[in-house]
Design a protein. Sequence first.
Length: 269
Amino acid sequence: MSDDEREGEELTELFYQDTDVFGSRSPNTTISKPSDLTHDEKLLLKDLFLEYVHMPGQDSRASLSPEFYKEFFAEIFKYWVSSHRVNTRPVLQPRTVEQTRIRIDDSWAESEPPATTESGTMVHPRVARKRKLFEGIFLTMEFNSVEETFTWTWQNDEGKDTPFSALCRLPRGVTKNDVILMAIENYDSFERKRITSYNRDQIINAARRRIHKWARAGSSHDDTIDEADEIGQRCILPLVLASDAYLKTARDAAKIAAEIEKRRSMVTT
């Protein structure tokens, strides 16, 4: 049995185990919770549940489990009932300055080590202090996900572009690489939330549009799903992380460096 066939069986079994369903419903009856849906209606949401489980950026705990099944339906009816309006076009939020720009200040500095005696015991315990080095500097990371390129812009505490070599020293214990790593991780954290939120809205709103129509028609409606209420191939956005691109770039650079070393050794021998 292939992985797809096994997943299909697990998915079908999961939906058939759900006995918290409605028998029949007259037209124009408000659907306000998962148990207001009939068994057949829940089955008609099976494709969206699968999209929800596999959407890019989804939590690592996502699975075809009863717990995640309940979470999916809870998301659909979160602050919503079938008589409410449904947003047909979720908006992808733009990247913010907070995503692409980080500030390095005294909070990055290592704490002062506690004073000790020759025997290693602490002399009067004291609160760890941090050195006052500067007001702060900034690093802006521009990431081109298509070209997989990075542009780094350092700024002083006045927000003016400044070469890294001209900046005052970093907080104690912090290196340039530490700052670059933090910028990449900061970008990825925001990007994961941004893309996941958009994809989730696409899936949940598609489910709500279906349920809205079923509520108006009553439980005797047919099983046809309008094309506008399906999730097309381009509806779900991929999650492109800066860290993945940086790793690929680093591996490519390592291969080039190795080839350079190889060719140099051939010239000198």
